[in-house]
Design a protein around this ligand. Structure first.
Ligand code: NAP
Length: 248
């Protein structure tokens, strides 16, 4: 049966790897991005070259109108939605809490919490058997920061991911009997550009000695956990937070 998945922030890093993997197992993929159309286009080309179906949809996860337009585009152009991966997320420059501006906090929480909530809302409306849907899966990308707190770096980011964990557990219970499984993957430090966007491109190598396995992770190692949660192999798993963090 044809089905589609929306991967927010699917153009780069972990999201990109999830998109490529989801296409490989047969999903039609909505590759969402905010700014970098070229990176999204590359993912589309790779999926199409391998015989898959994908569309790139620009939509800023801080804007409700963009999120609604993204879901409506998928309704129109792809097979019925069967999964959502709430992956888009941001960090900010390392900072102590007493130095955080209102603008920073609003950007952090709107992107990392409100956006995923709105996407989850739209997904539930389409997937829930209570709304005549056929069921499906939501995977939220959290972070081990949610349990570590990220002192002196970004307590705001860590708190946003803790909110995602709580949303995962609550929503999972809310829709468990409506055919929808909701889980989170909590990556440790992974080699992507997110660290450069926080002002420290080599952050993974700086902190890897704090990881019990003594190394950073690869995007593929996160994508593999997400793909398992999307699959029927995890059919009895819901409300779970899976750390993929080298033991951190
Ligand atoms: P990344 O390499 O910085 O990629 C971020 C992706 O999100 C890009 O595709 C970007 O699109 C998109 N994005 C950013 N803001 C957006 C917005 N407002 N609306 C829509 N898309 C937006 O990040 P990553 O490292 O792959 O991280 C992915 C997820 O994993 C995040 O939730 C992050 O918190 C989490 N995580 C990462 C790590 C790590 O060490 N890398 C660890 C723990 C958790 P554009 O390029 O178009 O802006």
């Amino acid at each position: 049966m044809e089905r589609s998945v929306i991967v927010t922030g699917g153009s780069r890093g972990i999201g990109r790897t999830i998109c490529l993997g989801a296409a490989k197992v047969g999903y039609q993929v909505c590759v969402n991005y905010a700014h970098n159309a070229e990176a999204a286009g590359e993912v589309i080309s790779l999926i199409q070259a391998a015989g898959g179906t994908a569309i790139a949809v620009q939509a800023d996860m801080t804007k409700e109108a963009d999120i609604l337009r993204m879901f409506e585009t998928v309704d129109r152009e792809l097979a019925p939605l069967s999964a959502l991966v709430n992956n888009a997320g941001i960090v900010d420059k390392a900072s102590r809490v007493e130095d955080m501006s209102l603008e920073r906090l609003e950007r952090m929480f709107t992107t990392n919490i409100t956006g995923p909530f709105l996407c989850a809302r739209e997904a539930v409306k389409r997937l829930s058997t209570a709304h005549a849907g056929k069921g499906g899966v939501i995977v939220n990308i959290s972070s081990v920061a949610a349990k570590l707190g990220s002192p002196n770096e970004y307590v705001d980011y860590a708190a946003s991911k803790a909110a995602i964990d709580t949303m995962t557990m609550g929503l999972a219970k809310e829709v468990a009997n409506e055919g929808i499984r909701v889980n989170a993957v909590r990556p440790g430090v992974i080699y992507t550009d997110i660290h450069a966007s926080g002002g420290e491109p080599n952050r993974v190598d700086r902190v890897k000695s704090m990881v019990p396995m003594q190394r950073g992770g690869e995007a593929q190692e996160i994508a593999d956990a997400v793909l398992w949660l999307l699959s029927d192999q995890s059919s009895y798993v819901t409300g779970s937070l899976i750390d993929v963090s080298g033991g951190r």
